[in-house]
Ligand binder design. Structure first.
Ligand code: GUN
Length: 281
């Protein structure tokens, strides 16, 4: 039987759990707080940042907003990060990407102290994930693991195919699935016979950023399909990397876009902010 995985509902459950945890922390005098930095006026980034601040409000997390003009220099941004790194009242720091072209993104994400790097982008956190030690995990792949677990999908021993090898999604996704004892393949633009590789998957993660690329021909009967895409179709309508109408005839479970992975990313960001203060209580 086919089931739509409701990311919005599951993300609300997680945020409700965090809300209760934040209330308990506040009773002990601990207020989790997230600094959100937005540089420039990219409209998509402005929406993401607004949603992150709304989620903070929902969970009772304090959010500090820094909205800087596109003309901000790299040095000014690094100075702000340095100030927030040493501010004990700030638990998490998030710099919304992409940054304007004159700012080196790697230099900026590397400047965030790993203990406040709630995006999980710092090399120290990425390395910790790889060797299985404590650290912040990138929110989108962490959210996908949570989606699978809360939907009753057992990852252990399963053929997992991740399509896409970005540092934010594909690579950490592969490592997390491996940690759950999945048998993992990371496929990408140079993969030969992509269709055949995808058809092996019990769990297929689509993260290539091409609208409706994956149709039923890429999917094994009964597979669980997770759509990470945030694309626009030919009419400018938001859609994912998966052709939903085609794949729903084949998959046993499928995430929609919107309402699948997107809300989970934000819920896991909230979880990382709370995680940054858990050790203090
Ligand atoms: N831009 C697109 N996705 C993300 C994300 O997960 N974190 C940050 N900081 N910027 C992004």
């Amino acid at each position: 039987m086919f089931k739509i995985i409701d990311g919005k509902k599951i993300s609300t459950e997680i945020k409700d759990e965090l809300k209760a945890e934040v209330e308990a922390l506040k009773a002990k005098g601990i207020i989790p707080s997230l600094a959100v930095i937005l540089v420039g006026d990219d409209p998509a980034s402005a929406v993401y940042v607004r949603n992150k601040k709304k989620a903070c409000e929902y969970c009772g997390i304090r959010s500090l907003s820094y909205e800087l003009p596109a003309s901000t220099s790299e040095e000014e941004l690094l100075d702000l990060i340095e100030k927030l790194n040493s501010d004990d009242d700030v638990n998490g720091i998030l710099v919304q990407l992409p940054l304007p072209g004159h700012i080196n993104e790697k230099k900026v994400t590397d400047a965030i102290i790993p203990s406040k790097d709630v995006d999980g982008f710092h090399p120290q956190n990425v390395g910790a994930l790889l060797i299985g030690s404590r650290g912040f995990v990138s929110c989108t792949p962490a959210g996908i693991i949570e989606l699978l677990k809360r939907s009753g999908v057992d990852i252990s021993g399963k053929e997992c195919v991740v399509v896409g090898r970005s540092n934010i999604v594909g690579k950490p996704m592969g490592v997390l699935l491996l940690r759950e004892n999945g048998t993992v393949t990371i496929a990408h633009s140079r993969t030969k016979d992509l269709k055949e590789v995808c058809k092996r998957a019990d769990i297929l993660i689509a993260a290539i950023g091409k609208p409706k690329f994956f149709d039923a021909e890429y999917v094994k009967d009964g597979a669980v399909v997770i759509d990470v895409g945030m694309d626009r179709d030919e009419n400018g309508k938001l859609c994912g990397d998966v052709d939903f109408e085609s794949v729903k005839e084949k998959a046993s479970m499928l995430t929609p876009v919107p309402g699948g992975v997107g809300p989970m990313t934000i819920a896991m960001l909230m979880n990382n902010v709370v995680e940054s203060v858990r050790s203090l209580s």
